[in-house]
Design a protein around this ligand. Structure first.
Ligand code: UDP
Length: 232
């Protein structure tokens, strides 16, 4: 923020996270719901949101959009830009694609006894290109509405279970995903998805890519780059 001020840059799009809703009482999540955190990553997002709120009050030139990302997955449709996590992935989709390409033997589904339609956790997966486009909409909003700060959920509003994701990946790619149902992972919530109406109406942003696209694009990048960005 200090460096931005020094160079006369007054527009800030912050990559926040839906994790700032902590353990919500109800879903879908709306921006007016209380925020809290259950882990250090979440605190980095929430504290930064707070700092931006505070600085916006004292700096009349600063304008901020807080984008609360849900679960970004997928890759650029060219197959050239995608996700290349270090080591063993923690997140579901990169784990699935590494099992499909044969780099990892088996996916463990974390818990099959949640109170959901098939017992596995529900999340709101958003195509990374739709997420990128939300940033362009945020920049337009900053131009048309200076000296403001506001938060927006960036998700599709549709909740998919872990088994939905595995099935969709298999359908879209023709690859089998070897998986087993395992123990729950500490800290996982049963169901977590957005109400994206505010971003739809105020930012003029809509998710345009569906789960099939997310799986197809993930696989294209993985297939074209079996070792990620490494040359060997
Ligand atoms: N998940 C899983 N196995 C894995 C990784 C994730 O079953 O190896 C589940 C996890 O329990 C959650 C969902 O997939 O319900 C998405 O997890 P991820 O870590 O990608 O994102 P999170 O929602 O935790 O931010």
């Amino acid at each position: 923020l200090e460096v931005m001020k020094e160079f006369g840059c007054h527009n800030f799009v912050f990559s926040s996270s839906a994790t700032v809703y902590g353990i919500p009482k109800t879903v879908p999540l709306v921006e007016t719901m209380p925020t809290s955190c259950t882990n250090p990553y979440g605190w980095t997002k929430l504290m930064t949101e707070q700092i931006l709120q505070d600085v916006t009050k004292t700096d009349p030139e600063l304008s901020v959009v807080l984008l609360r990302y849900f679960n970004p997955i997928g890759a650029h449709e060219s197959g050239l830009i995608g996700e290349d996590p270090n080591g063993i992935p923690n997140n579901l989709m990169p784990y699935i694609s590494r099992v499909a390409i044969g780099k990892l033997p088996q996916l463990t589904v974390f818990g099959g006894d949640y109170d959901t339609k098939d017992g596995t956790c529900i999340r709101d997966y958003i195509h990374v290109v739709d997420l990128a486009k939300a940033h362009l909409c945020a920049l337009n909003k900053l131009k048309s509405d200076p000296h403001s700060i506001d938060a927006y959920n960036i998700g599709t509003g549709i909740g998919y279970s872990v088994l939905d994701i595995i099935n969709a990946f298999e359908d879209a790619t023709g690859q089998k995903v070897n998986y087993k149902i395992g123990e729950r992972r500490a800290g996982d919530l049963p169901a977590f998805y957005a109400n994206p109406k505010k971003a739809n109406e105020i930012l003029g942003w809509h998710a345009e890519r569906n789960l099939h696209d997310m799986c197809e694009d993930t696989w294209r990048f993985q297939k074209n780059n079996p070792n990620g960005y490494k040359k060997d």
